[in-house]
Design a protein around this ligand. Sequence first.
Ligand SMILES: [Zn+2]
Length: 130
Amino acid sequence: MSADHLINKLSYVKEVKPRRGHKRSWIAQCPAHDDGSPSLYIDEGQSGNTLIKCWAGCGATDVVESVGMNMSDLFPDDNYECRSRRPNKDFDYHSLHLQISDNRRKSGHKQTLEDKQSELESFMALRGSR
Ligand SMILES: [Zn+2]
């Protein structure tokens, strides 16, 4: 599914210059919290998956569920193959990784120390690439 489906459900959407490695990018008002100024970033990746990030700290799952969608709506069919891509300099990989971790935590999955470690690595990699 393309990002358009999600975009249509959001308010104060503004298309911005695509971020590195992405096809299209937007900022919008986050539907999951009382967002005074748009703090939700949406990116459409080259492979068609949609990445979202609320800088106020909402989980991707919260955001998606607030507009009545599921995490799986953000990805083209079976796109979890992203895991096999090069982890070190691939922005998509790290964003996706964080979303998956977030999703698993929400669904009660108990994180191992390794999970936490790799989630932190993705987080740091994303910070470093901004
Ligand atoms: Zn939010």
